[in-house]
Design a protein around this ligand. Structure first.
Ligand code: ZN
Length: 506
């Protein structure tokens, strides 16, 4: 494989699929996906953006297979007797069937928002294939606008190559490397600095973070349908920051400092003011709302002795007991028995209980048996690039259907508004999530896979900090063994309770 990613309008069939191929191998090896992209040569798309008309069928937006082949320089093979089409993108084969919502990419099945249709003399593909799944094959911005129903490819956004991190005497700097001139706006939201790049994509989305970094709490890329955002959460020791464009080729530098910064009059962009102090809301956690995932007819993940709804309820009760008895923290439950509760009702119960924390408990699953370990999620309206790709190759996680609102694979055309109430608690939710992940790490019952972000329905409307915990993979033999044992479930509950206590400063 060449490792090159051709421009989308190259006249020849080009190996556009190289990055995904590398990423799939990478995900299988469980390495950081960004490794694969480190040596990819980037050629910029055509200078002029190209637009493609889309059409609506049965209330869903579609694009013709012919246009998809133009966008991705793919060759098409149509087999009328089977009503099947193969799109060859470099070494990758993407197979679709008329009247079928499944797309097969290299033996993996991905569900589209709607079935593929044969209409108006063309094979029509649901637009989410183009806006959400295929873009991971090439880093060009692909933006669809409902007015005037055009898909714009190749511009006007930019491609961000990577972010590096430098120590300074009294702080740090993050250096963002765009592949060309990049437009962005800087904004501050709940004490976080956000650099918003319209219509852009990032190649290597890993941001170098240190354990217990004195200045940087967290930094992540959030990829939305039409924006790319770098979210930088600073620690309380940072009293000043600066965002500037510097050098040639141009870099975007985010400086976080424990001392006031000397302002550079040459800076062409940026916000230069002290960060607001941490939110005035109490940090004490006096009441925790525990949400045992699934219930009733909704079994969650099932595999032999692993029945997710039972495991989550058992851990929920153990967690509640430890919080009340050992730490004197009040507890409310979204369900206490084997009953079905909708995601909306769970959020409602949490808000009615006026909790200081909502914690939703789940068991993960994957088609890859080797995947194991805990994950802690905070709600974010967008979803990171590597996670999207991970999701594609790990598809068939039952979690996706039930827990993720606007899930990539189901209904990706729906935008989730930024003003969802949970956004205001993201920083605090992140602190609690990291505390839980640390406790899992110290407990050593299960390996830890880190704190992640994604659009999570049950958390989105919670008017309090909120996290979702995946207690390992039910599909992993090692994790399943732990989840079946009462003693390790008790230990996992104790670890979470201790983490909540530690995250409470009151
Ligand atoms: Zn679940």
């Amino acid at each position: 494989m060449s490792g090159k990613c051709a421009a989308p309008f190259a006249p020849h069939v080009s190996p556009c699929a190289a990055p995904l191929a590398a990423l799939i191998v990478c995900a299988l090896l469980m390495l950081a996906p960004s490794f694969a992209r480190a040596d990819i040569e980037v050629r910029m798309p055509a200078s002029e953006p190209r637009t493609f008309a889309t059409s609506e069928w049965d209330g869903v937006e579609y694009i013709t297979a012919d246009d998809v082949s133009l966008i991705y320089s793919a060759s098409l093979y149509w087999r009328p007797e089977l009503q099947k089409m193969t799109l060859r993108l470099g070494d990758f084969h993407v197979k679709v069937t008329a009247e079928n919502p499944n797309v097969v990419i290299e033996d993996r099945v991905i569900h589209l928002a709607a079935p593929v249709l044969f209409r108006a003399g063309h094979l029509q593909l649901p637009l989410d294939l183009v806006t959400n799944i295929l873009p991971d094959l090439c880093p060009y911005p692909v933006i669809w606008r409902p007015e005037p129903r055009l898909l714009t490819v190749g511009a006007p956004g930019s491609v961000i190559l990577d972010v590096t991190r430098n120590m300074l005497p009294n702080g740090i700097e993050l250096i963002v490397r765009p592949s060309g001139p990049a437009d962005f706006v800087t904004r501050e939201l709940d004490g976080e600095i956000q650099l918003v790049f319209p219509g852009s994509r990032v190649l290597n989305e890993q941001v170098p973070l240190l354990e217990d970094d004195p200045f940087l709490l967290d930094a992540q890329w959030i990829q939305n349908v039409d924006t790319l955002t770098l979210v930088v959460a600073k620690t309380d020791s940072v009293i000043d920051y600066q965002v500037t464009r510097e050098g040639r080729p141009e870099r975007i530098v985010v400086r976080l400092s424990a001392v006031p910064l000397i302002k550079d009059p040459q800076s062409t962009s940026g916000t230069m003011r002290a960060l607001t102090s941490p939110s005035g809301r109490t940090r004490q956690i006096g009441r925790v709302v525990i949400d045992a995932g699934h219930g009733g007819a909704d079994m969650g993940y099932q595999n032999g002795a692993i029945i997710e709804k039972d495991i989550t309820l058992d851990i929920a009760k153990r967690l509640g007991r430890v919080l009340e008895e050992e730490y004197g923290i009040a507890v409310a439950y979204t369900r206490e028995g084997d009953e079905e509760v909708t995601a909306e009702r769970r959020t409602e119960i949490a808000n009615e209980a006026q909790g200081d924390l909502l914690i939703s408990l789940h068991v993960n699953a994957s088609t890859i048996p080797a995947l194991r370990g805990t994950e802690v999620y905070v709600h974010s309206p967008g979803i990171g690039v590597s996670e999207r790709i991970e999701r594609i190759v790990e598809e068939a996680t039952t979690r996706y259907r039930t827990e993720v609102v606007g899930g990539l694979l189901d209904q990706s055309l729906r935008m989730i508004p930024w003003d969802a109430v949970q956004t205001g608690y993201k920083k605090r939710s992140g602190e609690v999530a990291r505390s839980i992940q640390r406790a899992f790490n110290e407990g050593e019952d299960l390996p830890t896979r880190g704190v992640k972000q994604g659009p999570i329905g049950v958390l989105a409307g919670a008017d309090m900090p909120a996290v979702l915990v995946e207690f390992g993979f039910g599909s992993s033999r090692d994790d399943a063994k732990r989840l079946i044992e009462k003693t390790s479930r008790e230990r996992l509950a104790e670890q979470v309770a201790r983490a909540i206590r530690e995250a409470s400063s009151g």
